[in-house]
Design a binder for this molecule. Sequence first.
Ligand code: CA
Length: 226
Amino acid sequence: MKVLVIEDDKEIVDAISLAFQIRWPEAKVVSTRLGQKGVDLVETESPDIVIIDLGLPDINGFEVLRQIRRFSNVPTIILTVRSDEVDVVKGLEWGADDYITKPFRQLELLARVKSLIRRHTPSEAELLTYGPLRLDPVTGQLHVGEKEIALTVTENHILSHLMRNAGHVVTHSALAESVWGDDYPGATDSLKVHISRLREKVEGDPSKPRFILTKTGVGYFLTKPD
Ligand code: CA
């Protein structure tokens, strides 16, 4: 288990390192204060999870995410300052799997990391198929007909859940519980962002979805296009 921390605030890096040292000593923490170096380390160190601060001295956290997502679906958590909802939404849009607001408690950090790692290694290895969609939930590789698409951990989890319940409406709270193990305040908004990223990848015209449909005020359901 290797954790990469991209953060320029030494106190935060120390707090994260200490949290792992105490509560998850097998985990190795690697850190850098520079965004560009962080992107390089994702490639050379192959971390199991990456924690990214949004405000960095060279390139910002969104740019770091964008560059990582060009070649990797490693689980990512962004660090934001409390109440910065716009940053959270933007981070999720750029491919972050989850977020933690600063200041955070050790247990909260570890819980988020563990939930994300657990999701990244699904126990069932069955290939999911529905209409032209074929998804390998272990790797997050999705085929839509001939087209091959790489999903992030969270996108993979959401689509897997929708595919297992294809044709039925999955409520926001059921989907949030399945993804985060908890229906937390704001989950509906986070889901909305992940769903819109999924539509960008899956749908021919994301503004007129044919696969992932919205049941307004209730949730989402997967359907076969005619
Ligand atoms: Ca910073």
